[in-house]
Design a protein around this ligand. Structure first.
Ligand code: 5GP
Length: 175
């Protein structure tokens, strides 16, 4: 049976996400921001992050994406499965992602969002794997940089499982 090795424990995640929230609150003080979590992987991160936003008029709209690949690898071919419900034209937007791996998904997303003419657009990502970068993405708010391992938990899945774990872990197939 597979076991899970803890990569980043729940307390450390909570501490870092709170810091990110404070940073965003400072940068956008008094403004209006539309947070756009990319489903499904970022739903827990986004829910925690926005609870640390203060002094900013905050709204949220979700984007559903499917990226084609073999399970642990994206191909860069991305489909929007559920689109935003409102226009973001002239708005300050923060895209909330679980992880920027090769950068292919985020590149597609940023290109697509730019055509909708937001006033400003920034990226908040919980994780980044620089070792696998194919397209350099400027991540404005980054939680943690990690090595080239496939992570699960805190919203991230393996075959749709493990999203419920309160920590980030690595599957160890040999147990
Ligand atoms: P990219 O296009 O940057 O290669 O991949 C982005 C997407 O691939 C992420 O939003 C995530 O859904 C998935 N992904 C990349 N690395 C991991 C990982 O280590 N664990 C999980 N669960 N998903 C990953």
């Amino acid at each position: 049976m597979a076991t899970i090795d803890t990569l980043i424990d729940a307390a450390k995640i909570q501490e870092r996400v709170a810091e990110m929230g404070r940073e965003i609150s400072k940068d956008y003080a008094g403004k209006e921001v539309v947070f756009i979590p990319v489903l499904k992987g970022s739903f827990i991160f986004a829910a925690d992050l926005i609870r640390h936003i203060e002094g900013v008029t905050t709204s949220i709209d979700f984007l559903g994406l499917r990226s084609y690949g073999d399970g642990t690898e994206t191909s860069g071919v991305v489909q929007i499965t559920s689109d935003l419900t409102k226009s973001i034209e002239g708005k300050h937007v923060i895209i909330v992602e679980d992880i920027v791996d090769t950068g292919l998904t985020m590149e597609y997303l940023l290109d697509n969002m730019k055509t909708r003419q937001p006033a400003t657009m920034k990226v908040a990502s919980l994780l980044h794997k620089p070792a696998r970068t194919r397209i350099k993405i400027d991540i404005d708010y980054l939680g943690f940089t990690i090595d080239d391992v496939f992570v699960i938990g805190y919203g991230l899945d393996y075959a749709q499982n493990y999203r419920n774990l309160p920590y980030l872990g690595v599957l160890n197939p040999d147990g």
